[in-house]
Design a protein around this ligand. Structure first.
Ligand SMILES: Nc1ncnc2c1ncn2[C@@H]1O[C@H](COP(=O)(O)OP(=O)(O)OP(=O)(O)O)[C@@H](O)[C@H]1O
Length: 335
């Protein structure tokens, strides 16, 4: 079943938190809501969950209006940022809770709990209590609990944000794997662009209660349509039209029509090629070693540019370099 969000408006005392949002979550799709603090991600997720009312608009699940359906009857699985396991229940009891309140028979609950413990790769922890688990384990149990009732939609509110980088990366891969296997449509809130790029089929980039752009991770990274999206989805060189006309005229043909200040060229740092050249016009300002990449700040034709390379560029600060950008490396964005 798909979820359709139509013209959804949410205000708090006149403040517009969601400004007529339109969005479809297709069957089997993993959608990430991405954006800075306060852009409305959590509000949207809570409204879909049924935990918060909205002003106007429509929510349809498989064509059925959810407006009058209370949270507990929506049949959605929810995982929050903070581990929200019941502290006085074991892992198995936590996972089986939803089935128990639906009065499922004991043997069915036990079988389902076992299946889910295997799925989250924690079969040996059934009898532990939440306080005896690491943060990553607790979030896996929270995921299993959300899955236990065969939800028609999974809602994840920054489920990884309290975990350290390594656990986060592992669990991220597991969530993706489980979601793919089960094919349950999923909405996840995050402010971490890397997380959105690795997990999502569709990324929804939000800003001030509006959707700036919706697309695949590739769309948003390679073909951002606004300066905000370009900036939020990784680092970029944002180059004014006037400068491009003088310094990189070969980028101009892709520019949409519009006033001089209406568009800027977005060139990702890895698309700037740098080569040592004694008579090169560019100068290396500094170079930072970041393990898998090297980041160079360059000065070239009156601007500072950011370049990144996987190879050792063979130059240091002060060195003269040639700088080039392929025409197709540029996306024109609304400034
Ligand atoms: N109960 C409320 N009363 C008044 N304003 C609220 C309420 N809940 C949220 N807001 C406001 O609505 C806006 C969106 O909040 P929301 O929590 O959805 O943002 P977010 O994108 O999830 O941010 P974060 O990443 O910080 O959680 C914010 O400006 C927030 O202050």
């Amino acid at each position: 079943m798909d979820l359709q969000i139509k013209n959804l408006l949410k205000t708090f005392d006149g403040f517009v938190a969601l400004d007529r949002i339109n969005l479809t979550v297709e069957e089997r799709e993993f959608v990430c809501l991405l954006g800075p603090s306060g852009c409305g991600k959590t509000t949207l997720l809570r409204i879909v969950a049924g935990l918060m009312p909205y002003d106007t608009g429509e929510l349809l699940m498989g064509g059925r209006d959810l407006g009058a359906v209370p949270a507990r009857d929506r049949g959605f699985g929810i995982v929050f940022q903070s581990y929200s396991l019941f502290p006085n229940m074991t892992v198995a009891e936590n996972i089986g809770y939803g089935l128990k309140i639906r009065k499922a028979p004991g043997d069915r609950i036990a079988a389902r709990v076992k299946e889910l413990l295997d799925l989250i790769k924690l079969p040996q922890l059934a009898d532990r209590y939440p306080w005896q688990l690491s943060g990553g384990q607790q979030q896996r149990v929270a995921l299993a609990r959300a899955l236990a009732v065969d939800p028609s939609l999974i809602l994840l509110d920054e489920p990884l944000s309290a975990l350290d980088a390594r656990v986060r990366a592992d669990l991220r891969a597991e969530i993706r794997d489980v979601q793919r296997r089960l094919g349950i449509p999923t909405i996840m809130v995050t402010h971490d662009q890397e997380e959105a790029l690795t997990l999502a089929d569709k990324v929804v980039c939000m800003n001030h209660g509006l959707i700036e752009q919706v697309g695949t991770p590739q769309d948003l990274y390679l073909r951002p349509r606004t300066r905000f999206v370009a900036d939020f989805m990784g680092s970029s060189n944002l180059l004014p039209t006037g400068w491009v006309r003088d310094a990189m005229p070969h980028l101009l043909p892709g520019r949409p029509d519009g006033a001089e200040n209406a568009y800027e060229a977005c060139v990702r740092p890895e698309r700037i090629a740098v080569a040592p050249a004694a008579d090169g016009e560019g100068r290396v300002i500094d170079l930072t070693f970041l393990g898998n990449i090297r980041r160079l700040r360059l000065s070239w034709r009156g601007r500072e540019l950011l370049a990144e390379t996987h190879q050792d560029p063979g130059v240091g600060p002060g060195a003269a370099v040639d700088v080039s950008v392929a025409a197709e490396a540029c996306a024109w964005v609304r400034a």
